[in-house]
Ligand binder design. Structure first.
Ligand SMILES: *[C@@H]1O[C@H](CO)[C@@H](O)[C@H](O)[C@H]1NC(C)=O
Ligand SMILES: *[C@@H]1O[C@H](CO)[C@@H](O)[C@H](O)[C@H]1NC(C)=O
Ligand SMILES: *[C@@H]1O[C@H](CO)[C@@H](O)[C@H](O)[C@H]1NC(C)=O
Ligand SMILES: *[C@@H]1O[C@H](CO)[C@@H](O)[C@H](O)[C@H]1NC(C)=O
Ligand SMILES: *[C@@H]1O[C@H](CO)[C@@H](O)[C@H](O)[C@H]1NC(C)=O
Length: 262
């Protein structure tokens, strides 16, 4: 009986050791990126190159690593996967701003470390810079903005700050655009509107030309065409009728004329 109990106890001790050791061994691997052990934000600028080196620490065996750009897996060369792995973000662009690069342990993907790129760049403005509107119609001037850090935005008209009139002008701003809506445009709204973006680095301007046309001038063109057609047809019929009369005249005159020639 005694040997049975002791062997049972040994079994238990072994199992306990296994239970204590296994998860410990698995979770002891730690990842670092460029020597950092925690997620971080990497401040960078346009055109630069950012090498990111992920390495595994406190591991007891070979560890395969994975890299993700956002949600997308990065294709790694075979020699660039085990125990450490490097990726290089080259010629940083505006599109890399806010992108997360994540290094994961292939064996247990909840062991991971991330780097978020913070790409600073001066404001980029774009939009439809020439608009023609009829008096009393509604107009939207949309100034698309890309900037990091976010720019302070303003509208100017013909060189001075735009005076916002209630129920006439309306401004809407998101992280992507800065919009001026004008309801029932007046002749006095005609002019050049400037979208101005201001960051501590730089000020950028984009001009939007708004041409307000007379309502009378923009009357639908179809009635004019119809009227022209009617006039044209009338003239045609008139001419044809006259020609017939002329021809009759000719025919009438023909006989006496030919008579005189003979
Ligand atoms: C994966 O790693 C996490 C965090 O270290 C740990 O909590 C989890 O138990 C591990 N999962 C497996 C299946 O090893
Ligand atoms: C990793 O190993 C180092 C020493 O090699 C130790 O100081 C550190 O606490 C270990 N980290 C973890 C998470 O086990
Ligand atoms: C990875 O690390 C393990 C454990 O330290 C080691 O045995 C193995 O040789 C390493 N492999 C490579 C390719 O560095
Ligand atoms: C990104 O960098 C800019 C300029 O260095 C800084 O003002 C801003 O706070 C940073 N943003 C984040 C999310 O770290
Ligand atoms: C209307 O605005 C445009 C664009 O700024 C300008 O070229 C044009 O001279 C203006 N027309 C009138 C009648 O003010």
């Amino acid at each position: 009986m005694a040997w049975k109990t002791s062997s049972l106890m040994q079994m238990c001790r072994f199992l306990l050791l296994v239970i204590l050791f296994l998860p410990h061994e698995i979770t002891s691997s730690v990842l670092t990126v460029n020597g950092k052990t925690e997620d971080y934000t990497l401040d960078t600028e346009l055109g630069l190159e950012e090498p990111l080196k992920c390495a595994v620490r406190n591991h007891t065996r070979e560890e395969e690593l994975l890299w993700y750009r956002g949600e997308e897996r990065v294709d790694l060369k075979s020699g660039n996967k085990i125990n450490s792995s490097s990726v290089c973000v080259s010629s940083i662009s505006e599109n890399d701003d806010g992108i997360t690069f994540t290094c994961k342990l292939q064996r247990n993907q909840s062991v991971s470390i991330s780097v978020v790129l913070n790409v600073t760049f001066s404001p980029l403005l774009s939009g439809n810079d020439l608009q023609t509107a009829a008096e009393d119609s509604d107009v939207k001037l949309v100034c698309n903005v890309k900037s990091n850090p976010q720019a302070q935005m303003m509208w100017y008209k013909d060189g001075s700050i735009l005076n916002l009139e209630k129920n006439h002008h309306q401004i809407q701003q998101t992280s992507e655009y800065f919009q001026l809506s004008i309801t029932k445009v007046k002749k006095s709204d005609n002019g050049t509107y400037s979208c101005i973006a201001n960051t501590f680095m730089e000020t950028k301007t984009k001009d939007f030309h708004l041409i307000v046309k007379d309502k009378a001038m923009t009357i639908p063109i179809e009635p004019i065409i119809a009227a022209c057609v009617v006039i044209f047809m009338t003239l045609c019929f008139g001419l044809i009728a006259r020609r017939k009369r002329l021809m009759k005249l000719c025919i009438k005159n023909k006989d006496p004329q030919s008579g005189t020639a003979l």
